[in-house]
Design a protein around this ligand. Structure first.
Ligand code: PGA
Length: 252
């Protein structure tokens, strides 16, 4: 049985006071929540205050990115041991905005994934096709290549820690979410890929989140699908009530 994971990706939003306020509201809304894992991924600068604010609540802390080296002369970067010391248990790796705006190639994503597992952080590996690829009907080929390159050299003992987020790029921040059926079909395909690369048990236990314009009004239908194990939520995670509503729908 895969426990759902409901994760909020705050992206480049929330100053320290704003992040403190949102984390406090989330803690109030979700104090007694059970049945799914809850996660917030604020900007690096907010990790300390958010971590302190959610202490004693069921909400866990994650980062939005990680550097592939643990320490050294790499101005501006943040490493796995640093995230761990800030109280993170998860880290998002390979978000399409990192890939698109900051040049995170599959090779970079692979190195970051390895850095995350080395620091005993749970990576949320983001994958997903562009509108162009979807229209060309090459989504499967694209995902096969993207996932294969991202997980290359990661052994079976480490892969069991990974979470995958399927985020079709055309659905992120656009209000256009994939239909539950379409998303589920792709999730099933991703699960099959993990069975090919590893084994059936890894594939069966792999949590695959859906991301891309998840809102309270579409969350229920999406989570009802067999292979959708939770969400990575951008815009709707910035308001405590919408994040909490989506979390509650995920355990109905
Ligand atoms: P969105 O973002 O929910 O605002 O579409 C999702 C994401 O990028 O993780």
């Amino acid at each position: 049985m895969r426990k759902p994971l409901i994760a909020g990706n705050w992206k480049l939003q929330k100053t320290i006071p704003e992040a403190t306020a949102l984390a406090g509201e989330l803690k109030n809304e979700l104090a007694d929540f059970t049945g799914a894992d809850l996660l917030v991924c604020p900007p690096f600068i907010d990790l300390g205050v958010v971590g302190r604010e959610i202490l004693g609540s069921p909400i866990e802390l994650g980062a939005q990115d990680i550097f592939w080296e643990d320490t050294g002369a790499f101005t501006g970067e943040v490493s796995g041991p640093m995230l761990k010391s800030a109280g993170c248990s998860y880290v998002i790796v390979g978000h399409s905005e990192r890939r698109g705006f900051f040049g995170d190639t599959d090779e970079v994503v692979n190195k970051k994934l390895k850095a995350a597992v080395r620091s005993v952080l749970i990576p949320i590996l983001c994958v997903g096709e562009s509108l162009e690829k979807r229209e060309q009907k090459v989504t499967k080929e694209f995902l096969r290549k993207q996932i294969g390159a991202s997980i290359q050299g990661i052994g079976i003992e480490w892969i069991a820690r990974i979470v995958v987020a399927y985020e079709p790029i055309w659905a992120i921040g656009t209000g256009l979410s994939a239909s539950p059926r379409m998303a589920n079909k792709t999730h099933r395909f991703i699960r099959e890929l993990f069975a090919e690369h590893y084994d059936e048990s890894i594939a069966k236990n792999l949590r695959i989140l859906y991301g891309g314009s998840v809102k309270p009004d579409n969350a229920r239908a999406l989570i009802a699908e067999e292979d959708i194990d939770g969400f990575l939520i951008g815009g709707a995670s910035l308001k405590a009530d919408s994040f909490a509503t989506i979390a509650r729908y995920s355990v109905l």
